[in-house]
Design a protein around this ligand. Structure first.
Ligand code: HEM
Length: 396
């Protein structure tokens, strides 16, 4: 993760945060993300259509990972990913990330990992090998972007992807310019931030929907109402996707509530560690010493009765609604995106992609969990469904 936004503090973090916040609110990036999320949801739908026809079960979590990877490739560096092609190609970038995730969590229980890293042995050897793969892939991406940019400068066109924008960043001001190493860290950090989280959340969402089919029905009714589908039952997939614009998705209060309820019970980042900056006392009176390691645990907080009432363990989107309107909770209570100055920067983008994808999927398909769907989570820095989300898909 180098000195990217996740891993840095103080001055370096402030620089990343300031520039990234500014770029994330850019109108062109927002427009590009809507188009990209729509494109990738449609690709996913086409792929699911083949699974529905063949009647084979499918790991939906894997498909969501592929989808968010392709979307991020487009938004981060303007590249068209191929992960949702019907032959389901192996993605070296994604594979390297998965290997890291698996191994890095084991460092907590392996006191010798630093020695193993230095000696290039054991699991740390695999980390080093994957690091090489990742760094060479990223160098290629940066090189390609540079080439594209010089073509664009000659033709006076401007790229809207984040990497190009970071590369052009105020070159006159050395404080803001990004060097090669920083660009590499930027790519890794934003990939980590956006890929798995935004794929895990809809996986748990579909799981919840399968367990509570009446919620899927309500979402379908909401979508139909906003798109006036009662009069047009045979609307084509593309036509419907085109109608799902910002305004329409923003009005889908019930879908927003169902996704938030999923994130409350199954936060993709289940636990988040921090180091205490200076001696302090927590609100409950606990004394914490400078340098101590502490964590807040969204998974547990989302299930506490004193925060969410005695029905905390039940999946009830209605708890987020008042007279049909979505009622946001304080981020200090609903901590899936963290709270305070380091709160997630991609929250709105994540909801946008999840809403676009979920409304289309539920309108056109029915999902049934394989083997009655008794799933388990995996304990990593993130919280995927162990073994994936295996479902049977059928056309509605
Ligand atoms: C459902 C999806 C998502 C969830 C649950 C989520 C959750 C989180 C959490 C818990 C953090 C705090 C991590 C920490 O400080 O240790 C975080 C930070 C961050 N997220 Fe997200 N995230 C999601 C999607 C995204 C997306 C799509 C992006 C952008 C591509 C993104 C960008 C970021 C960035 C840049 C930070 C670092 C903020 C900082 O340190 O200042 N996230 N996210």
């Amino acid at each position: 993760m180098g000195d990217g936004i996740f891993n840095s503090d103080g001055k370096i973090w402030r620089k990343h945060r300031k520039i990234a916040s500014f770029e994330f609110s850019n109108r062109k990036l927002k427009q590009m993300s809507l188009t990209t999320f729509r494109r990738d949801a449609l690709r996913l739908l086409h792929l699911l259509h083949t699974f529905a026809t063949s009647r084979h079960s499918v790991d939906l979590q894997d498909l969501f990972m592929r989808m968010t990877m392709d979307s991020l490739c487009k938004l981060l560096f303007g590249m068209d990913g191929q992960n949702l092609e019907s032959r389901l190609p192996e993605d070296p970038f994604g594979k390297a990330f998965d290997n890291f995730n698996d191994i890095i969590i084991t460092r907590r229980v392996n006191p010798f990992w630093k020695i193993q890293r230095a000696l290039n042995m054991g699991k740390e050897k695999i980390v080093n090998e994957n690091l090489e793969v990742l760094n060479s892939l990223i160098s290629n991406i940066i090189e390609k972007r540079k080439e594209n940019m010089s073509v664009q400068v000659r033709s006076n066109a401007k790229a809207d992807d984040l990497l190009s924008r970071f590369m052009q960043y105020n070159e006159a001001d050395y404080q803001k310019t990004y060097n090669e190493r920083e660009l590499r860290d930027f790519i890794v950090n934003f990939k980590v931030a956006g890929r798995d989280t935004t794929a895990i959340a809809p996986s748990w969402f579909i799981y919840c929907i399968c367990k509570h089919p009446h919620v899927a029905e309500k979402i379908r009714r909401e979508t139909a109402e906003f798109l006036s589908l009662e009069n047009d039952h045979n609307m084509e997939v593309e036509e419907m996707a085109n109608k799902l614009d910002y305004e329409c998705l923003a009005r889908m209060n019930y879908l927003h509530a169902a996704l938030s309820e999923t994130l409350r019970l199954y936060p993709p980042v289940p636990r988040d560690g921090k180091t205490v900056l200076k001696d302090d006392v927590l609100p409950d009176g606990t004394y914490v010493k400078r340098g101590a390691q502490i964590s807040y645990v969204p998974y547990s907080m989302g299930r506490m009765e004193f925060l969410w009432s005695p029905d905390a363990l039940e999946y009830k989107p209605e708890r987020w609604l008042k007279d049909g309107a979505f009622q946001p909770e304080s981020p200090f209570k609903f901590t899936a995106f963290q709270a305070g100055p380091r709160m997630c920067l991609g929250k709105d983008y994540a909801y946008l992609q999840m809403k676009m994808t979920a409304s289309l999927l539920l309108h056109f398909f029915r999902f049934d969990l394989v083997d009655n769907g008794d799933v388990k989570y995996r304990v990593m820095m993130i919280m995927p469904i162990a073994g994936g989300l295996n479902v049977h898909v059928s056309r509605r």
